[in-house]
Ligand binder design. Structure first.
Ligand SMILES: NC(=O)c1ccc[n+]([C@@H]2O[C@H](COP(=O)([O-])OP(=O)(O)OC[C@H]3O[C@@H](n4cnc5c(N)ncnc54)[C@H](O)[C@@H]3O)[C@@H](O)[C@H]2O)c1
Length: 423
């Protein structure tokens, strides 16, 4: 059987007569040079538009800090790159910063709720995770109904899966009267680090100056390893935070999680838990109620007191910055307990009495942060002096203790934190 090609089409084939050559491009002729063509056809305009678009794009390239967890086998979802403004590039004013999705564990507590205020104000989407052990819905109620705010009642000792870019981990009872009954540091931190690893989020641990224990070095520098009793009544907190720091660094080194560690020194301000045994809240509540202020020991032990807006500023700088830490965040102004009692007397009641009681076990004698590292690497230092911050706290405590809603107060702003003070 011979092969045979058969023409099956029914259309007539084009004949060479129907061919007409394309018109010649004007610039291909010798008489019209290419530059004239570019100008006439507005090609230059398109080139300029291209350059502008490229400039805007490169001004917003993903931050170099964005890391991808080195073991893809552990991923459930690939991490979202965190977009930040390239500080070197010029960004047109009309372009807004991209909001992040942020979890704040313990966000209904004292520090957490002030942090949430700042993040919401910045335009981020915030999820507060809190079991209300020491926190309170009232602290975040003013955000209810906002589309970028969510509140989840959850105990961090149980795992949780959320899609987020950053995790501020604050959940933990922070005062002696509470942490004895609910030591959540280790398991809670482990769970939140697990979440950070899974979703590729950046994780910030709020550790404490208590990791230095009863320090043998003064003031305390981050390189000091501390002097902590591992089996005392305070050790569930002190050692719990030390273990939390260890876990945080292990997840960083072993699993590539981006972490930040803050060692927070005594902080005070509005929304502090009343009667939680912390010295500033104790003195203020006692003086307002006309009870004697309880000083443990001889009152010569020293502490530093940081206003909450300064701390929130430090935490946010640390989270956004390039450095892991740990960083001391505290006010280096050092006061003895008796000096603090005196400032409270000046602010609330000059006739307030002082009552001495035996000191509690393992109470540190001295505490004062060396904040050189935070100054140099984060460009951070506290701005609010005790005498300026205390009246803001007193006004808030007065309202909460006496249900005093009389508006004899004036609105003021201290360190970026809005509040009221007696007129
Ligand atoms: N305020 C300070 O002076 C200070 C000093 C050093 C360190 N810190 C650290 O800062 C963080 C916040 O402290 P704070 O002063 O705001 O205390 P806080 O008690 O006001 O806030 C802690 C919050 O965590 C919540 N919480 C506790 N256990 C939880 C759990 N298992 N699951 C979910 N939520 C839980 C509480 O309900 C509360 O809302 C703590 O980690 C604390 O250790 C605070």
């Amino acid at each position: 059987m011979g092969s045979e090609l058969t023409y099956r089409g029914h259309e007539p084939q084009p004949t060479s007569d129907s061919y007409s050559p394309k018109p010649t491009k004007p610039w291909s002729t010798v008489v019209t040079p290419p530059i004239t063509y570019i100008l006439r056809e507005q090609r230059l305009l398109f080139v300029l538009i291209g350059i502008i678009i490229a400039t805007i794009f490169f001004a917003l390239i993903p931050s170099s800090q964005t890391i991808y967890v080195s073991k893809p086998a552990h991923f459930i979802h690939p991490p979202r790159p965190i977009y930040r403004f390239n500080p070197g590039g010029k960004v047109p004013l009309s372009l807004k910063r991209k909001g992040l999705r942020i979890v704040v564990t313990g966000g209904a507590g004292f520090v957490g709720s002030h942090l949430v205020d700042r993040l919401i104000e910045r335009g981020d989407s915030v999820i507060v995770v809190d079991n209300f052990f020491t926190g309170n819905k009232d602290n975040v109620m003013h955000h209810f109904g906002k589309s970028n705010f969510e509140l989840i009642r959850h105990d961090v000792v149980k795992p949780l899966l959320l899609e987020v870019d950053q995790i501020y981990h604050l959940a933990c009872p922070a005062s002696p009267v509470h942490y004895k009954y609910n030591p959540t540091n280790v398991v809670g931190t482990l769970n939140m680090l697990g979440l950070a690893k899974r979703v590729g989020a950046r994780f910030l641990l709020t550790s404490t100056s208590e990791v230095y224990g009863d320090p043998l070095q003064h003031p305390q520098v981050e390189t000091y390893w501390g002097n902590v009793n591992p089996i005392g009544v305070r050790s569930c907190y002190d050692e719990g935070k030390r273990t939390a720091e260890t876990l945080t660094m292990d997840y960083h080194r072993g699993a590539g999680v981006e972490v930040r560690i803050a060692r927070i020194f005594n902080t005070y301000g509005p929304r502090m838990c009343i009667d939680d045994g912390r010295v500033v809240s104790n003195f203020v509540a006692q003086a307002l109620r006309k009870e004697p202020m309880t000083v443990y020991g001889d009152g010569k032990q020293t502490r530093s007191f940081q206003y909450v807006s300064d701390l929130v500023d430090g935490l946010m700088r640390l989270m956004e910055g390039e450095h892991v830490g740990p960083f001391n965040l505290g006010n280096p102004g050092e006061f003895t307990m008796l000096e603090l009692a005196q400032v409270v007397q000046e602010t609330i009641d000059p006739d307030a009495k002082i009552e001495f009681r035996p000191n509690t076990e393992d109470d540190p004698h001295k505490r004062k942060p060396d904040i050189t590292k935070a100054k140099n690497l984060l460009g951070w230092e506290p701005k609010v002096a005790l005498r300026n911050g205390l009246p803001m706290m007193v006004s808030d405590f007065r309202r909460r203790i006496f249900g005093d809603h009389k508006d004899n107060s004036v609105a003021i702003t201290v360190g970026g934190l809005r509040g009221t003070m007696e007129a």
